[in-house]
Write a protein that binds this ligand. Structure first.
Ligand code: RIB
Ligand code: CA
Length: 318
């Protein structure tokens, strides 16, 4: 960590309501130094997630360079989630038009530049499919040692969501996910095991709205949109997936974690995209992922409320 004890971070995501809230958390924290933002295809097409990334950065005052990621998974055909996040990928509240252009590099080129230029290893917070991260590892293996850790939202040791076996981010690009888990770079995995316990209820939304600044109102509307969808499909509350990839860095004390050996199923008619976890040392394999398995939900909500307060007095033209 730098002299300010800040964690240098690259945010890679497919915003996406929960990606956006993960970025709210990251930008609010004085302990996180956002060095770059890269979009990936997932919740929506790369064009839409990139536009959303620029709008979110404008809303939050994130001034780090932004680059567009790869338009398609490494091998798989694209899958999008318009049924969850809407046709824009970020339906709901009105957002500012982007105040910044893209930096002119590809996501992999920008990630590589940040890693090369950093005086210390950089954490990658990845909240979408692992396509860009895997492409970075394949194109620049020499930069692995400059990656402190990959804190990702993805997978589920016990179950999936897009299929019974596979979680969406992993299923979109299983080959990329397996590349990441097998890379030797430390992985912190916020899978469905923990994210479906990081539930947000109506009263939590009202607490965030009551913070009563511009970001608070936008976050409350994102949560309401996300909550409505999940209630309709049978969830008790809104599982706040992606913010767990940031919260797990900032407040590991809120989480129950276990080091496991994780492999990604890339074959299989029914199980493609499953993240299969085994105990450290199983069959001679050392653990390759710190898996978040449970969360202090009340503490997690407090962290979100505190983060939204960080935007008191901040406002942009919408
Ligand atoms: O399965 C949940 C994940 O898929 C989250 O990252 C959400 O944003 C979507 O990308
Ligand atoms: Ca996401």
């Amino acid at each position: 960590m730098s002299e300010l004890n800040r964690i240098p971070v690259i945010l890679d995501g497919d915003p996406g309501h929960d990606d956006a809230i993960a970025w709210v958390l990251a930008q609010a924290s004085p302990r996180i130094d956002i060095r770059a933002v890269t979009s990936c295809a997932g919740n929506q097409t790369i064009e839409k997630t990139t536009y959303n990334a620029r709008r979110i950065c404008t809303l939050l005052g994130i001034t780090a360079p932004i680059a567009m990621g790869r338009p398609r998974p490494l091998l798989a055909d694209p899958i999008t989630a318009g049924n969850v996040h809407g046709q824009s990928g970020l339906d709901g509240p009105k957002l500012p038009e982007p105040a910044m252009e893209l930096c002119g590099l590809t996501a992999v080129e920008l990630m590589a530049r940040v890693l090369r230029e950093s005086g210390e290893p950089v954490t990658i917070v990845s909240t979408g499919p692992q396509t860009n991260v895997a492409a970075l590892l394949l194109a620049h293996p020499e930069l692995k040692e400059k990656i402190a850790r990959i804190s990702l939202m993805g997978g589920g040791i016990a179950y999936g969501n897009w299929t019974p076996a596979a979680e969406f981010n992993i299923l979109v690009d299983p080959e990329a996910a397996q590349t990441v888990f097998a890379s030797g770079v430390p992985v912190q995995m916020a899978g469905l095991d923990v994210t479906e316990r990081a539930l947000i209820f109506a009263e939590d939304v009202e607490r965030i709205r009551a913070v009563d600044n511009q970001v608070a109102h936008v976050v409350a509307e994102w949560l309401e949109f996300f909550y409505r969808f999940h209630r309709e499909v049978g969830y008790e509350g809104a599982p706040l997936h992606d913010p767990c990839a940031v919260a797990g860095l900032l407040r590991p004390d809120l989480f129950t974690m276990k080091d496991l050996y994780v492999e990604v199923e890339t074959e299989g008619e029914y199980c493609r995209g499953a993240t299969v976890g085994a105990a450290d040392g199983w069959n001679g394999h050392a653990a390759n992922a710190r898996c978040l398995l449970d969360v202090d939900r009340a503490g997690f909500v407090e962290l979100l409320v505190e983060a939204v307060h960080a935007y008191d007095g901040w406002e942009v033209r919408i």
